[in-house]
Ligand binder design. Structure first.
Ligand SMILES: Cc1cc2nc3c(=O)[nH]c(=O)nc-3n(C[C@H](O)[C@H](O)[C@H](O)COP(=O)(O)OP(=O)(O)OC[C@H]3O[C@@H](n4cnc5c(N)ncnc54)[C@H](O)[C@@H]3O)c2cc1C
Length: 398
């Protein structure tokens, strides 16, 4: 480990990996630090990613694809199932990844491009040069180190502390933390090529329950509920256990994870002097779906591109780095987050009865594709009264 790099990346998830790879490919000296002893483990993710989203970054290598999806289903609170045919469901949840392999592969590619990678290395505080963030204090396999850098990219995930230490407000309101629990279940009867989403207050208040197949008789089965709905006896794991007992009484859990997903609006600002914030640390998870793998890779890559320009120009001030913040907000990803935040806020207020009505009416429609946007368009068409409740948002979808 050197004492000084052009770019220091904190976190070895998809955001950090893409940041490190991109910066190294641009000829910068790069250090990526990951506090865990192994990249990609333990997995805290349902591992779903869209076909087109993945294609933007890599070919679907069979080594990190657990299953390819051809269909999807939504189960209403009253148990009614709306099935989506392969042609329209495929693009939304194209693949279920094996993130233990996928995350490793991404970091491997960063190392191949020339980045120095250190696991079991935790950033403990920023180094400051006046107002500027000029690197980080690290604990490297138990030893204290300091690494200076022209730009630090904080990609330290949902539990991100680095940006907070740099003075940025990263608070997520409790109601906007999706409290989640998931089992990898084996020995279960499922359609191995279709994802299933269960909705309703009994199953997942202000969230949803998912079955994401990982093979012929295995799946990620998990649930996310609003933090404000969580409490003793009704935590995410309690909802999950009740569902599994009912649906898969003979299933065997070979892995259990719990974790939080932020479904809030992104940080007000994702740059400071010498600092860029990417991925979950920037709160750029899709607030409706909880998906953040693509958004992490997208912002990680963009952060490194802007860092490279600013380092080249010898100016890494907040103003100079600001095009990163502006670019991701103006991107399709940024616009989708803004729109889906409004949709999420609307949907979580719906009663189970209303959700039943909507899903029943949707099942009668011949959907051309299974995307959030097309679903919402059809919902408003089939339920004209909702147009009024959705107000400006509905108008923007027309
Ligand atoms: C239950 C659950 C299900 C999910 N399902 C999906 C899904 O199906 N599809 C989807 O797209 N998204 C899903 N997500 C979200 C997805 O996992 C994240 O959005 C994605 O991992 C974000 O990537 P990231 O690189 O920003 O953060 P992470 O992948 O969390 O990586 C951050 C890394 O930083 C490291 N780190 C933290 N602090 C420090 C420090 N101080 N020093 C050094 N390293 C540090 C962490 O150990 C971690 O490895 C799910 C999340 C959960 C919890």
């Amino acid at each position: 480990m050197k004492n000084k790099y052009d770019v220091l990346v904190i976190g070895g998830g998809p955001a950090g990996a893409l940041a490190a790879k991109t910066a190294a490919e641009k000829g910068l000296s790069v250090c990526l630090v990951e506090k865990r002893p192994a990249i990609g483990a333990p997995v805290r993710c349902a591992e779903g990613i869209g076909r087109e989203a993945l294609a933007e970054f890599t070919d679907p290598d069979p080594r990190f694809i657990s299953a390819e999806m051809t269909g999807a289903a939504i189960v209403a609170p009253d148990g009614f199932t709306m099935r989506l045919e392969s042609a329209m469901a495929g693009n939304k949840v194209g693949y279920i990844l094996d993130r233990k392999v996928f995350d490793r592969e991404l970091v491997w590619r960063a190392a191949d491009a020339g980045a120095d990678v250190f696991v079991k290395t935790r950033a403990t505080a920023p180094i400051r040069d006046g107002k500027k963030i000029a690197g980080a204090h690290l604990e490297f396999c138990g030893e204290k180190r300091t690494v200076k850098a022209d730009v630090v990219i904080a990609a330290d995930g949902v539990e991100s502390k680095f940006s907070k230490w740099c003075g940025i407000d990263t608070t997520v309101p409790v109601r906007e933390i999706m409290s989640s629990a998931q089992y990898v279940l084996t020995d279960i009867d499922i359609d191995p090529q279709a994802t299933i989403f269960y909705l309703g207050n009994e199953v997942a208040p202000e969230g949803y329950l998912w079955i994401f197949p990982k093979g012929k008789r295995a799946a990620n089965v998990g649930v996310g509920i609003s933090g404000r709905k969580s409490g003793k006896g009704h935590r995410a794991k309690d909802y999950l256990d009740r569902f599994v007992k009912r649906q898969f009484p003979d299933g065997k859990a070979i892995e259990c994870i719990v974790g939080g997903v932020s479904v809030c609006e992104p940080l007000q600002e994702t740059v400071a002097d010498g600092l860029l914030i990417a991925g979950d640390a920037a709160r750029v998870v899709d607030p409706l779906t909880g998906g953040g793998i693509y958004n992490g890779m997208f912002t990680g890559r963009l952060a490194a591109e802007v860092a490279a320009k600013c380092i080249g120009n010898g100016n890494c001030s907040k103003n100079a780095l600001m095009p990163y913040d502006a670019a991701w907000r103006a991107s399709k990803m940024g616009r989708t987050i803004a729109r889906n935040y409004q949709i999420k806020e609307f949907l979580i207020k719906l009663s189970d009865e209303k959700l039943n009505d909507i899903i029943h009416s949707l099942a009668k429609v011949n959907l051309k594709e299974f995307s959030t946007l097309s679903l919402i368009k059809e919902i408003t068409k089939a339920n004209p009264k909702l147009m009024l409740e959705l107000g400006a948002l509905a108008a923007s979808l027309r």
